[in-house]
Ligand binder design. Structure first.
Ligand SMILES: *Cc1c(COP(=O)(O)O)cnc(C)c1O
Length: 375
């Protein structure tokens, strides 16, 4: 039995996108973001494909443990750090580097039983206003860490950009200047850039860059697509036509009759729905690719199915492949239609979708897609 609905993960594209990071920030070390199951692409799969990264970055200790249990020996930084005293022991046991972003963590470290010191990335709030120490508090926190035997010497200094998705937003410059001012002359390794910083703001590169979405082939910017910045899509979400129906003009299609045939229509039923992670709020008109040609979504997304208007594709047959995003249909375009970001589309793929690994584009993909690095 062949799975109807698949997420094909192109491992060569992952490696290409890491090389794209290196080309954009040649002097930097790379912390590859693998949090949230590698943005839905599979934690271990992505870790294996991205073995050239210098560090893996995850959000939580359990994600780091999953990597260690699978035998991944590379340095790992936990971006939210230890949240309970026993997680300090985990960090020691498994050689996990920890972000320290809050007073409670400094105290936890000071009160922990003495043992192997934990490597620290100190998080500074330069304007995201979510995690991190206010710049004015940084010298005092650094002093406490220096005096704490449970903290390894020379913590790295990091901050996170809040608006790097908008290349024109001056807030990134404000954050950069704040970061410069508070870290200058401290002699510490520094890290500020996410994907938006890497591609849009070379001054934010410092010693370590932290790419996420660009590794998975999508632009971090609110306009354009990954191919325009030299990235290749990694995930192609696909299904197939499981039925084709004919309805008269005016007939409603799907739940709520939210879409009615504007003419005599040929309606394709595709075996994918929100139970697979296709967004339920995708509006009618959202494109899919049937045999490499665009057709619009028609009517509400169901749990297991969507309906598409094939009236302009008279050759489409039951069994034909349908791409929801990926090769030939940028996920960025779907995300904007739906009012979200590619990060969320990828994270929401459910375990029902069969994952297929692939290395590079197959010949049948090539006519519909051009992902070569334009520069
Ligand atoms: C997720 C994350 C990143 C990567 O962000 P992208 O926008 O996906 O490149 C970088 N730094 C931190 C702290 C993060 O949490």
């Amino acid at each position: 039995m062949k799975p109807v609905t698949t997420a094909t993960i192109d491992l060569a594209a992952l490696r290409h996108n890491l090389a794209r990071v290196r080309a954009a920030a040649p002097a930097c070390r790379v912390a590859a973001a693998l949090k949230a199951n590698a943005y839905g692409h599979g934690l271990l799969r992505a870790a294996r494909a991205l073995a050239d990264a210098d560090v893996f970055a995850v959000a939580r200790c359990d994600e780091a443990l999953a990597l260690r249990e699978a035998g991944v020996a590379k340095p790992i930084v936990v971006l939210e750090g230890f949240l309970q005293p026993d997680e300090i022991d985990l960090c020691r046991q498994h050689q996990l580097q920890a972000t320290v972003h809050h007073e409670s963590q400094v105290r936890m470290l000071e009160l922990a039983r003495s043992g192997q010191p934990v490597s620290i990335w100190l998080k500074i709030d330069t304007g995201m206003h979510r995690l991190g120490f206010a710049p004015a508090r940084v010298p005092a926190v650094l002093e406490r860490l220096a005096a704490c035997p449970n903290a390894a010497p020379n913590p790295r200094l990091m901050s996170h950009l809040a608006r790097a998705d908008d290349r024109a937003d001056p807030y990134t410059r404000h954050q950069l200047e704040t970061f410069e001012a508070v870290t200058r002359g401290l002699g510490a390794e520094r890290s500020l850039a996410n994907s938006g910083g890497i591609l849009g703001w070379p001054e934010t590169h410092f010693d370590w860059v932290r790419p996420g979405i660009m590794l998975y082939g999508c632009t971090p910017f609110d306009e354009g697509v990954g191919a325009e910045v030299g990235l290749r899509p990694v995930m192609t979400l696909a299904s197939q036509l499981i039925a084709i129906q004919h309805y008269a003009a005016g007939e409603p299609v799907g739940y709520g009759g939210a879409w009615c045939c504007p003419r005599e229509s040929r309606i394709g039923v595709v075996g994918i729905g929100y139970g697979d992670g296709y967004p339920r709020h995708a509006p009618s008109g959202t494109p899919v690719l049937v045999n490499g040609r665009r057709a619009p979504l028609a009517g509400r997304v169901s749990m297991d199915m969507i309906t598409v208007d094939l009236s302009d594709l008279p050759d489409a047959q039951v069994g034909d492949p349908v791409v929801l995003w990926g090769c030939g249909l940028p996920a960025e375009e779907i995300a904007r239609q739906v009012g979200t970001i590619t990060y969320e589309l990828f994270c929401k793929i459910t375990p029902r979708v069969a994952v297929v690994e692939r290395v590079g584009l197959s010949d049948s993909d090539k006519p519909t897609a051009s992902f070569e690095n334009p520069g």
